[in-house]
Write a protein that binds this ligand. Structure first.
Ligand code: FES
Length: 243
């Protein structure tokens, strides 16, 4: 038997950054609890379109928790109430029947609003670019063992490489600091032999870019760690500062 759920949704609607926004209330009735929250929004959008209204704009791509495209606040929490879960992996069964959900965009100065639940997170792309790149003559495929990496370093680098760049850490931080994001990117490369070129320069440039994008400073409240859907440890922020 499929369980059904009905919810009241208070959704932030805003045509553009230059226009005023407001919460608009919608009711979704008798939906399967096996639907994801984004699928519930898809259904709501179908109804809005049928009624000649503008659909609710929200970001998504893979819907598998791996691309980092999705992300908005559910009851004030980036990605909603479930630990280690992106919003695209949040299902209606994660909510109580007849409850009210307030959906609003990620709030941070470096994430200007585009429309409704969509914000511009290109500041994260610019942070990555500021870390630089290096060119090598790759030649033919190298032998898999030509770069020796210890199991510990490999596992640790992989853990930081799981950062999907969703921006939840920034939206959860009272200072809108990008420290956990930058720390993850630096630690990913900095623990591998391939990342030693420009290692120190990369840290300095990314730190400089954080300030240029008007991300705040870290004050060790650690909301970033609590909210990260990939459970990246805030210990990497100390690691970054040593870099
Ligand atoms: S849509 Fe790709 S992580 Fe959510």
């Amino acid at each position: 038997m499929t369980n059904k759920i009905s919810l009241d949704l208070r959704i932030w609607r805003q045509e553009s950054v230059s226009q005023e926004g407001a919460y608009v209330e919608y009711r979704i009735e008798d939906l399967s609890t096996n639907l994801s929250l984004l699928e519930a929004l898809d259904k709501l959008n179908e109804e809005l379109v049928m009624n000649g209204e503008r659909p609710i704009n929200f970001d998504h791509d893979c819907r598998e928790g791996i691309c980092g495209s999705c992300g908005f606040l559910v009851n004030g929490q980036p990605h909603g109430p479930k630990d280690a879960t992106t919003i695209c992996q949040l299902y209606l069964r994660n909510f109580r029947d007849q409850s009210t959900l307030t959906l609003e965009p990620l709030r941070a100065k470096a994430f200007p609003l585009i429309q409704d639940l969509v914000v511009d997170r290109s500041s994260l792309d610019r942070l990555i670019i500021s870390g630089g790149f290096y060119s090598v003559d790759t030649g033919s495929a190298p032998d898999a063992n030509s770069f020796k990496v210890s199991q510990d370093n490999s596992s640790s680098a992989f853990q930081t490489a799981t950062c999907i760049g969703c921006g939840a850490c920034i939206a959860s931080c009272r200072n809108a600091s990008a420290s956990l994001f930058v720390a993850a990117k630096l630690a990913h490369l900095g623990q591998l032999p391939q990342g030693q070129t420009l290692r120190s320069e990369r840290a300095k440039q990314m730190k400089k870019q954080m300030a240029a994008e008007e991300f705040g400073s870290c004050s060790n409240n650690l909301d970033c760690e609590a909210i990260c859907p990939k459970e990246i440890s805030s210990n990497w922020i100390s690691w970054m500062n040593r870099e």
